[in-house]
Design a protein around this ligand. Structure first.
Ligand SMILES: Nc1ncnc2c1ncn2[C@@H]1O[C@H](COP(=O)(O)OP(=O)(O)OP(=O)(O)O)[C@@H](O)[C@H]1O
Ligand SMILES: [Mg+2]
Length: 380
């Protein structure tokens, strides 16, 4: 609607529908020949049986001892009819089978696709703590792509630390954190969680301990409680309420007419962007993970609520390692360590005060954000 492309899109849909219509017409035309052809066979067989039968009856004088009788012929006709009708059904099933085979092949293509990220032969089943170590990690999305997205990253995050990540769009912030729950494998170097290479863990074990709220968060059709139980199917109602209180979602959920049983449409279209983000944070918290990654997860939440979420995380789950990607410096200002990413490298790392002194880029981002806030609206 906003791009005024309705007629174009309708045209596109018409064209594709036309192609499907043509293909189906072709298939149906061939299929419609099947009926008459089978009928010709059926009646030809009937005629043949009647003619041969009649001749034999005449020859035997309708005497059972000498050959065929009229009773035998009637039985013969009935049996033949039954066999031919079954054959006709079979031919129809055969045609349907051929049509569905084309669809089945395409579905199987998807089902048989092997993931490149697999469990090791002898997986380690416990994650010792929430520390994360990047050792000379390089990463590229495709084998053929020339320039690595992440280039020689060295980074140590101690268990329980809060780490903020800032940087321009496309500076590979999301790519960096996606390696921790092993959504992708590193191309070079090694990434350790709890002192063990992530490739040595069982995938389920690792992903149960590393909760990640994706930049593009997704809710599914179902009640709010159903959605939150994706994080932990065994969570009690009290667990759910606790997680929602931490994510500052409890308040707005209580105001909804059905509370935690409110129905969420597919994709979460009937809640606001900020509400959706808070539900996704609550869902991740329900896992009680050792490492919590928030990828730009409070971008649509107002600054006051954002602060309340950070304070709740700090006080209620102090031993969980928190990695927070944000556009607003205020969201990461109080972290134990802040990383400034630039084109796939860590340009600077340190606390807020250290970076303000040593990193020009950080200072300029900080100043541009604080200046904007201080300026009256008319001057911007
Ligand atoms: N699935 C993908 N396949 C191929 N290349 C990708 C993929 N996702 C990201 N990239 C590339 O990797 C680079 C880093 O992207 P990334 O999403 O990590 O940036 P980002 O710092 O999270 O940006 P933003 O602040 O906009 O979220 C970009 O240049 C992008 O083109
Ligand atoms: Mg990103």
């Amino acid at each position: 609607k906003s791009y005024n492309r309705e007629s174009h899109e309708i045209g596109k849909f018409d064209r594709i529908s036309g192609l499907i219509f043509k293909d189906f017409m072709k298939a149906e035309r061939i299929m419609s020949l099947n009926g008459p052809l089978m009928m010709v066979c059926v009646y030809a067989s009937m005629l043949l049986i009647s003619w041969m039968g009649a001749r034999q009856i005449v020859a035997s004088g309708n005497n059972a001892a000498l050959g065929l009788t009229t009773g035998d012929l009637t039985a013969l006709v009935t049996y033949a009819m039954q066999i031919l009708m079954s054959m006709m059904m079979l031919s129809m099933v055969f045609v349907m089978f051929i049509i569905s085979q084309a669809s089945a092949e395409r579905i199987c293509q998807v089902l048989n696709e092997e993931s490149t990220v697999t469990d090791p032969a002898r997986p380690i089943m416990t994650v010792a703590d929430g520390s994360v170590d990047f050792e000379h990690v390089s990463f590229r999305y495709g084998e053929k792509s020339e320039k690595p997205v992440l280039d020689d990253i060295d980074l140590t995050i101690r268990s329980g630390m809060t780490v903020g990540i800032v940087g321009g769009t496309g500076s590979a912030k999301s790519s960096l954190v996606q390696l921790v729950p092993r959504l992708y494998d590193v191309t070079e170097g090694s990434l350790k969680v709890g002192g063990v290479d992530v490739r040595d863990y069982g995938l389920k074990v690792l992903r149960d301990q590393v909760a990640m709220v994706l930049q593009k968060n997704v809710l599914f059709a179902g009640t709010i409680a159903d959605n939150l139980r994706w994080g932990n199917p065994d969570a009690t109602d009290e667990d759910i309420r606790h997680a929602c209180r931490l994510a500052q979602a409890d308040g707005f959920i209580r105001e909804l007419s059905d509370g935690y049983d409110t129905y969420i449409e597919q994709g979460g279209t009937n809640v606001s962007g900020g509400q959706r983000q808070r539900l996704c944070i609550a869902r991740a918290l329900l896992k009680k993970p050792r490492i919590l990654i928030l990828d730009d997860s409070t971008s649509a939440v107002d600054t006051k609520t954002d602060k309340l979420i950070r304070e709740a995380l700090r006080h209620e789950i102090p031993h969980t390692t928190k990695i927070i990607i944000a556009q607003r410096i205020a969201s990461v200002q109080d972290s134990d360590m802040i990383l400034v990413m630039d084109a796939g490298r860590i340009a600077a790392a340190g606390t807020h005060d250290e970076l303000l002194e040593t990193c020009d880029e950080y200072r300029s981002i900080y100043e541009s954000q604080t200046r904007n806030q201080a300026q009256p609206e008319g001057l911007q």
